[in-house]
Design a protein around this ligand. Sequence first.
Ligand SMILES: Nc1nc2c(ncn2[C@@H]2O[C@H](COP(=O)(O)OP(=O)(O)OP(=O)(O)O)[C@@H](O)[C@H]2O)c(=O)[nH]1
Ligand SMILES: [Zn+2]
Length: 198
Amino acid sequence: MAHDNGAAIAPFDHERAVAAVRELLIAVGEDPDREGLQKTPERVAKAFQEVFSGLHTDPDEVLNTTFGEDHDELVLVKDIPMYSTCEHHLVSFHGVAHVGYLPGASGRVTGLSKLARVVDLYAKRPQVQERLTAQIADALVRKLDPRGVIVVIEAEHLCMAMRGIRKPGASTTTSAVRGAFKDSATSRAEALELILRR
Ligand SMILES: Nc1nc2c(ncn2[C@@H]2O[C@H](COP(=O)(O)OP(=O)(O)OP(=O)(O)O)[C@@H](O)[C@H]2O)c(=O)[nH]1
Ligand SMILES: [Zn+2]
């Protein structure tokens, strides 16, 4: 597995993460040896391992399950709960992802849960919302050879809510469209109408 820039992704280093969290606690003025914090570096390291587990999962394997259903119309999974981590501040941005595609000429479809798995795996990396949205769309294009893909993510960024500009409730919407959804304004408008309809 490699980063987008080609550099190899190193395995998770638990001991290093524990030591780093302990250092960070000292840096903010805390006493990492007081009772309440003794196990915190261990817990945070484990939480980081989980939250960034998508660095170590191959997206192409997630999408290996396909069925020949001969279905060539829209398949759309809406409101997939999504928790990711802003790579600038390492705090959460979270909301919902909507993932739709038009199967290719072969009519092959993938398991519905696999669409949510792809969202999860890219979300569990240090991210920006735009790249997360595009990576999900591009993984589907790569593996399903679909006529079109549309991904919309609506999220709140805690780095904008709990610190900095402090605008809780502000919501960011990003979309990535590929194939027919990019070429045809009508197809795109129809899909967006279904996605955004409450
Ligand atoms: N485009 C984009 N920006 C993001 C995302 N997550 C966080 N940001 C922004 O990244 C920017 C980082 O700006 P900097 O000026 O380098 O950092 P900062 O001083 O902490 O910025 P403030 O958040 O404005 O206090 C901020 O404007 C964040 O709102 C994201 O997913 N997409
Ligand atoms: Zn941020």
